[in-house]
Design a protein around this ligand. Structure first.
Ligand code: GLC
Length: 746
């Protein structure tokens, strides 16, 4: 199935083909840019570098468009207003340069897909690409041609609310999902009116915010930067990404928006990126707060000199660049280059030839049945089965009475998840609505807790009563959408409000208890998992979450999701992630826990290793973990060679058998360990994965192709290379299971 290279190579080929086949087209665009640039006044040039949010009156925005003093507008979604503003730019301004209309279309526009963390849990880049394609089709029908997505921030701290918006803790999984989204948004022809430019954000390292506090400083050393945080952005660039967004954080004291090494030396000179770079919302102006700039003149100067092309909402360029040019603080060539980059993307989008929206499209495009079907498929595949004792699931046909309880059973807005700007809760099908449509099933509904933060307990008795009248209890728990996403970090990851009391009281009934958790992040639900018979986790599943969970609970679908992020037992374990270094005293041997230690124990550290006495060696659930209604058995991996050279490709074959009684899909994962290096290497790194569907009793050979060059990393000298030595690999269903198979690189 598809691995990153399955994405990058074809997309790269497409990009190359686009260049070669239309090498003349590229030249043609450059000639048009040259011609246009030669006619532009300084004010018109600076206008192209200025992005505003939709504000003021329509007349105000039309006037600015006519004057050529804005290049892009975000958050305008009325297609008729967009056409009017665009008309002012194209037909009334001096040079007729079209505006670029932008919006945060992060996991759907009208049809909402699972939040990106949920999409990552599918380990299915094809469905992620389809989701981005659907998003582009719907958003472009309203005139949006640029989205601020995918978010490529590797995140290993669930306290950080924006972990919801990315693909989790792993650079490879984030790279594959990011490339798939770029392909989905931008399509094979960017000038197709149904294609939209994507944006690689937040460049870079934003997910490493200290203490998981949003906007906080990061302190990422160059080795980690190169080996962990940058790879997804490079993959996106290679997939044809048209724009990058600088992040809010300072890394080691340098805000990304003022970081010349990042935005010019690396992105332009080393990677050869030829799109344009936009700041995050006022991230330029926030360099004053960082104490990196003394005034707005320095903000504009440092932004331009770092390599920022477009200023989102700091008004730094529009207010300062002309004077800086006069004072010799910035060069005309810098301004011209920034304008070139912006115009290049506008030409590639076909905006000069086709600036207006065909208003007849939207009614047939929004919530199209195929879109809803794709969203349901994504939601179904995103569900991760964490526990299923006594095979409570799938529910048997003789379950006729179900208690449906919990604050997320009928929460149409919260089910959509964070960054839902234009999805409409009226279109959401909740679990309650879906379960009530089932023939022959009596639904006893009592939320027990009205919303996730609700601390009142007076509703719990009714929920318990509903449980007593039922054959099984389905408790829908989790987080309201607003508790994750931007500026919503948490220091406590337990279920909010009175949810824990609700679970405790439900468990006392002795009825089979199924928890379905809808959240924007991992939660520390260990106590609730212990009390339940089955637990299904759905990272805010979107519009079709209800039909998806109904199919899963009754076995019309078999869960196949895997965790894209480690679940801690308690927040004190954070950061906790699978691809950690071994340390000098790795946690193995006997797990001496807090209460195992004898009174007045003699002072010693001998025998103690790297773990928390009150949490033990392991997380609650590891990266890559997820159960099925069936069981799978992995054979011993067979390698094409046990010793390889740098230019070789290792072929790994492994038998995978469905040893249970349901057909199912397993995500087979290939992990590799480099045992020794010029720097300490992680104990495991995900290098490939595949979704493999099997009938009961069926065996398939899973084959992975792994070029040895994919084992390259940035070592002590910060150059990227494969270092010869001993390696191990695992083919398994999660990051903790399976037996190693050795091989060597010489
Ligand atoms: C926000 C976010 C960014 C978003 C931008 C525009 O502050 O950080 O992800 O794309 O502003 O809405």
């Amino acid at each position: 199935m598809k691995s990153l290279h399955n994405y990058i190579i074809p997309v790269l080929a497409l990009a190359l083909a686009a260049c070669s086949q239309s090498g003349s087209q590229t030249d043609d665009i450059e000639k048009k840019i040259d011609h246009l640039l030669s006619q532009m006044t300084l004010e018109e040039k600076i206008g192209q570098l200025h992005q505003i949010t939709s504000m003021g009156t329509l007349e105000d925005m039309c006037a600015q468009a006519k004057d050529g003093t804005i290049g892009s507008i975000l958050n305008e979604i009325d297609p008729e207003r967009i056409n009017q503003i665009q008309c002012a730019a194209v037909e009334e301004s001096r040079l007729g340069i079209p505006l670029l209309i932008a919006r945060d279309v992060i996991h759907g526009y009208k049809t909402m897909f699972p939040i990106p963390l949920g999409q990552a849990a599918t380990f299915d880049p094809a469905i992620v690409e389809e989701g981005a394609r659907v998003s582009a089709a719907e958003a472009s029908a309203d005139g949006i041609r640029w989205t601020f997505s995918p978010m490529l921030d590797v995140a290993r701290d669930p306290r950080w609310g924006r972990i919801a918006e990315g693909s989790g803790e792993d650079p490879y999984l984030t790279s594959v999902m990011g490339a798939a989204m770029v392909k989905g948004y931008q399509g094979t022809d960017l000038s197709n009116p149904a294609s939209i430019a994507a944006c690689a954000k937040h460049f870079v390292g934003y997910g490493a915010a200290e203490a998981g506090k949003d906007y906080n400083s990061t302190n990422i050393p160059m080795g980690q930067m190169r080996n962990v945080y940058l790879p997804p952005f490079l993959a996106a660039k290679e997939a044809g990404m048209q724009t990058f967004m600088s992040s809010f954080n300072d890394n080691d004291g340098i805000p990304a928006t003022g970081n010349r090494w990042l935005l010019t030396d690396l992105l332009r000179d080393e990677w050869g990126f030829d799109g344009f770079v936009v700041t995050d919302w006022n991230s330029a102006g926030e360099m004053l707060n960082h104490g990196f700039c003394a005034d707005m003149a320095e903000v504009a100067e440092k932004s331009m000199n770092a390599g920022i092309d477009m200023d989102m909402m700091a008004f730094a360029y529009t207010s300062q660049l002309a004077d800086l040019l006069k004072a010799g603080k910035v060069k005309q060539s810098q301004i011209d280059n920034a304008v070139r980059n912006v115009l290049r993307v506008k030409y590639r989008l076909g905006l000069f030839e086709n600036p207006y929206i065909d208003l007849s499209l939207r009614d047939s495009v929004m919530y199209a049945p195929t879109h809803l079907a794709a969203a349901k498929k994504a939601a179904t595949e995103s569900a991760v089965l964490l526990k299923n004792d006594k095979q409570v699931l799938p529910l048997s046909q003789n379950v006729k009475r179900v208690a449906v309880v919990g604050p997320m059973a009928d929460a149409p807005q919260d089910q959509l998840g964070t960054w839902t700007f234009d999805g409409e809760k009226e279109k959401t099908i909740t679990p309650l609505a879906a379960l009530r449509q089932l023939e022959g099933v009596t639904v006893n509904y009592a939320p027990g807790v009205a919303y996730s933060r609700d601390r009142r307990t007076d509703g719990i008795a009714k929920a318990v009563a509903a449980a007593r009248q039922s054959d099984v209890v389905l408790a829908f728990l989790g987080e309201e959408a607003i508790l994750s996403g931007e500026a919503h970090s948490l220091a406590d990851l337990n279920l909010q409000g009175a949810q824990r009391q609700l679970v405790a009281e439900l468990a006392k009934t002795g009825k089979p208890l199924v928890l379905v958790v809808m959240a924007g992040r991992p939660l520390t639900i260990g106590d609730e998992v212990d009390k339940a018979d089955a637990v299904m986790y759905m990272f805010h599943p979107g519009t079709m979450g209800g039909p998806a969970i109904a199919d899963l609970l009754w076995g019309a679908a078999n869960p196949s999701g895997k965790l894209p992020v480690t679940f801690p037992k308690m927040v004190g374990q954070v950061p906790v992630y699978y691809a950690h270094n071994n340390t000098g005293r790795p946690a193995y041997g006997t797990e001496t826990l807090l209460h195992d230690i004898p009174l007045e124990a003699a002072q010693t550290s001998l025998g103690n290793t790297s773990y928390h006495l009150d949490a033990g060696f392991h997380p609650l659930f590891p990266f890559g973990y997820g159960l099925s209604y069936t069981t799978f058995e992995y054979g011993q991996p067979q390698l094409s060679a046990s010793t390889l050279g740098e230019k070789d490709t290792l072929t790994v074959e492994c038998q995978l058998t469905n040893t249970g009684r349901y057909e199912g899909t397993e995500v087979a994962q290939l992990y590799v360990r480099d045992h020794h290096g010029s720097v300490a290497r992680p104990v495991k790194e995900l290098k490939r994965f595949q979704r493999v569907s099997l009938q009961p009793g069926e065996t398939k050979t899973v084959t992975f192709e792994l070029p040895v060059e994919d084992l390259a990393f940035y070592g002590a000298d910060l150059t990227k290379k494969v270092e010869p030595g001993q390696f191990s690999l695992w083919v398994s269903g999660d990051s903790q299971s399976g037996q190693p198979t050795a091989f060597a690189v010489e």
